[in-house]
Design a binder for this molecule. Structure first.
Ligand code: SF4
Length: 187
């Protein structure tokens, strides 16, 4: 039901329409050419949910991981789990993308980049990220107030509204819903 995205414009789409949790993983992957398991799952299933096909997904991950571990090691150690998450291996379960609740309740450790930035970032990092996304100082204070009250999804909803200049009455409850709402406005 989500619009398909192709590899050639994925960077632009990520910048404009990914929620912060996914944009952060996306940027880290581009920067480090690697993500630990929790990040691979969170971003990988999200990308599947936005319509990235298996072949494109394999090409996308391979291009990054090959820089770090080489193409052979990618094929041996990482390709399987990508096919697996698409239901093409093992028990052939077609895994669904994580909801906000699941992302928020995850427990990222050192070196992990998954989780919900509204919950898991330091205030300083969160402010820097929001300002990079184009959130104004005034909207930022409203977002931070929601964060202080542990209303992470409301903080994300306010961010969405600030960036898109448009209200989001349903609120944000799923990263893929954030994406779909954004595409509705921007396309
Ligand atoms: Fe991602 Fe949901 Fe957190 Fe927004 S509230 S950053 S969509 S997990």
């Amino acid at each position: 039901e989500y619009a398909e995205i192709s590899l050639k414009d994925i960077d632009q789409v990520a910048k404009r329409s990914f929620p912060l949790c996914m944009h952060h993983l996306f940027e880290k992957l581009r920067e480090d050419h690697h993500l630990k398991y929790g990040g691979r799952m969170q971003l990988g299933l999200f990308l599947k949910g936005v319509g990235l096909k298996l072949d494109d997904a394999l090409a996308f991950w391979k291009a990054e991981f090959s820089i770090k571990v080489g193409p052979e090691r990618f094929d041996k150690e990482y390709a399987y789990s990508i096919r697996h998450s698409f239901g093409k291996e093992g028990k052939r379960v077609d895994y669904t993308p994580y909801s906000c609740q699941k992302v928020i309740s995850s427990t990222p450790g050192v070196g992990d980049h998954h989780g919900c930035p509204y919950r898991h970032f330091s205030e300083e990092n969160l402010r820097a990220s929001l300002s990079k996304m184009g959130v104004s100082n005034r909207a930022m204070e409203d977002v931070m107030e929601k964060v202080r009250n542990k209303h992470y999804q409301l903080a994300c909803t306010l961010t969405f509204e600030a960036i898109h200049g448009s209200s989001c009455d349903s609120g944000i409850n799923h990263p893929n819903q954030y994406f779909a709402e954004s595409r509705k406005i921007l396309l």
